[in-house]
Design a protein around this ligand. Structure first.
Ligand code: F6R
Length: 261
């Protein structure tokens, strides 16, 4: 795992977008795993900018989102399909047929989860998986105690997650309580993971995820097992990391990051 500390949330989102852009330029038919949430909005904003200003090409790119709410139609404004259209898909030259999210309205949810796993496998697996982190340490919607080898499945959302997302719904008391999510095992199979966390409210969980013991109680700790995982944080989210100076030293000296410093 590598940890990169940037001065603020904007610089952190910009770096993540630049890393994605570099991978996409090197492999135009990249299989990109996508996340939603407030943190990612700035990343998608920058990718749209790179498309418009520098011609970043999404025409051959294929995407798989981590998760989708159960029981919410794809055109509902709070659905993750709608979020992706609003923040990325409608503003870049991606072929809609190459964009995939689990169908939370499927009649047979278990079959839908198995179908999603098959689709990822058929695409050759995920090259680069973008991740956010919940305050309870979830990645995707792998809430505490998710098995470290779990696959795509329906998960009940933790009360804290429901509370975090409820304000986005017209009637917060009716916010969905279940989602289909890629499993921790599914995420760990991606060839590269890229996690972004910003803001002081993520400082405690980032310290646990990066420096704490691996535990199913905090799904993000599983990323310590991944052979190629980059965690990008701003100063606020980095404020409880014990090894911050060491991580800065690595970033300053590692040739891979030459163009990004
Ligand atoms: C959503 C997802 C979640 C979010 C996490 C952080 O697709 O994967 O794990 O990334 O809940 O959300 P924000 O950025 O809103 O704090």
């Amino acid at each position: 795992m590598e940890v990169i500390i940037q001065r603020d949330a904007g610089a952190a989102a910009n770096l993540v977008a630049q890393i994605i852009a570099r991978e996409l330029r090197a492999s135009p038919n990249l299989v990109l795993g996508l996340a939603t949430g407030r943190t990612m909005e700035a990343v998608y904003g920058r990718l749209v900018h790179l498309h418009r200003e520098e011609g970043l090409d999404f025409s051959l790119c294929r995407t798989f989102n981590l998760d989708e709410y159960v029981g919410l139609p794809a055109d509902a404004p709070q659905s993750y399909r709608h979020y992706m259209r609003q923040h990325l898909f409608d503003h870049v030259n991606i072929d809609r047929r190459n964009t995939h999210l689990p169908n939370g309205m499927a009649g047979d949810l278990e079959a839908e989860c198995a179908r999603y796993e098959r689709q990822i496998a058929k695409a050759g697996g995920i090259d680069l998986q973008l991740l956010g982190i919940g305050q309870d340490g979830h990645i995707g919607f792998n809430e505490p105690l998710s098995a470290l080898r779990s696959r795509t499945r329906v998960k009940a959302l933790a009360p804290a997650t429901v509370a975090q997302n409820a304000p986005l719904f017209p009637d917060p008391s009716r916010a969905p309580r279940r989602a289909i999510t890629m499993g921790v095992g599914t995420i760990l199979e991606s060839r590269r993971c890229l996690l972004l966390a910003t803001g002081r409210e993520k400082a405690d969980i980032i310290a646990k995820a990066v420096e704490g013991p691996i535990t199913a109680m905090i799904s993000a700790t599983s990323l310590q097992l991944h052979p190629r995982c980059t965690v990008v944080v701003d100063e606020e989210a980095a404020s409880q990391l014990q090894g911050a100076d060491y991580y800065r030293w690595i970033f300053a000296n590692e040739p891979e990051w030459e163009g990004f410093r």
